[in-house]
Design a protein around this ligand. Structure first.
Ligand SMILES: N[C@@H](CCC(=O)N[C@@H](CS)C(=O)NCC(=O)O)C(=O)O
Length: 291
């Protein structure tokens, strides 16, 4: 509840929250047309199914790329069972509200996955849940020793808890909101810098996020924190990202892995043409198209 009795400083000036909030106007901004205050399907639509046991329904955002990077890493070390079909879900067109998608993820967010190698098929949603499921299924990128495993989980959960501040808070108000709100930008720039400093400090003491091994904690954090270092939200100058030298080292280290380079292309539909791969159904899809 607001503590200041004067509404003059509110934005817009004079605004007072009503006694009961009602959904009577779009909020403006990039996601206004798809946001609703209720969950559930808006239309009937079955999901496509390809030939592999793992069916991924996603988009090449930081949360989506986590899964495709791990799948490409698993394939790179020889886990043939990690072959997958990656289908595109156009979230800006509301495809996450189709009945088939909602049956896999009642929260209507990418990434979502079905594993048909189990009976009944296993449904998966929440990117960290998918990472953990795959790491356990293939016994890879998740250390077994007590301390290392706990550290991996610590940093995996830290990333999941911090993403709404980095993306939904800083990214939203600095980049996507229809107008700039100083209060919101200050609040979330402060938090974004604090988070960047947490990770930079950890990477000053360790080669990888959870210690001396590359794990699912690196994959989860790289798509977000490596992303912002590489230009997401166009905030390099605003957040003085050059200050985070350890983060810069690790961003480059992880980003140069061939599986990371492949995984980040999957379900990507924007950016340079050669880095896009809207759908992926086999390793051959990465080959440059014949001219
Ligand atoms: N905590 C979820 C967040 C997933 C999420 O926010 N996905 C976004 C794209 S990165 C989405 O599907 N947005 C569509 C919408 O909000 O309707 C996860 O890590 O999987």
């Amino acid at each position: 509840m607001a503590t200041d009795d004067s509404a003059d400083r509110n934005l817009p000036a004079g605004y007072r929250p009503p006694r009961v909030w009602t959904w009577d106007q779009p909020s403006g901004g990039r996601f206004a047309n798809i946001n609703r205050p209720v969950s559930g399907a808006t239309h009937e639509k079955t999901l496509p199914r390809g030939k592999h046991p793992l069916q991924l329904y996603s988009l090449g955002t930081p949360n989506g790329q986590k899964v495709t990077i791990l799948l490409e890493e698993l394939l790179a070390v020889g886990h043939k069972g990690a072959e997958y079909d990656a289908w595109l879900i156009k979230i800006h067109e509301g495809e996450q509200f189709g009945s088939g998608f909602v049956a896999v993820n009642p929260n209507s967010k990418i990434p979502a996955m079905l594993d048909y190698s189990t009976d009944p098929p296993t449904r998966l949603f929440e990117s960290a849940s998918i990472l953990l499921y795959l790491a356990e299924k293939f016994d890879a990128f998740l250390p077994k020793e007590h301390y290392r495993r706990a550290e991996t989980m610590n940093w995996l959960m830290w990333q999941m808890g911090s993403a709404p501040y980095l993306g939904g808070g800083f990214g939203h108000f600095y980049t996507y909101a229809p107008f700039k709100i100083e209060y919101a930008i200050n609040r979330f720039a402060m938090e974004a810098k604090r988070l960047l400093h947490v990770l930079d400090t950890q990477l000053g003491r360790n080669e990888y996020v959870a210690g001396d091994q590359y794990t699912i904690a690196d994959i989860a954090n790289w798509t977000w924190y490596g992303g912002i270092m590489n230009g997401t939200y166009d905030a390099r100058e605003f957040l003085a990202l050059h200050e985070y030298r350890n983060l810069a080292r690790w961003t480059e280290l992880v980003g140069s892995r061939p599986a990371v380079r492949r995984g980040r292309r999957v379900n990507t539909t924007t950016g340079p043409e050669e880095l896009r791969l809207p759908e992926r159904h086999s390793a051959a899809d990465f080959d440059p198209p014949a001219r």
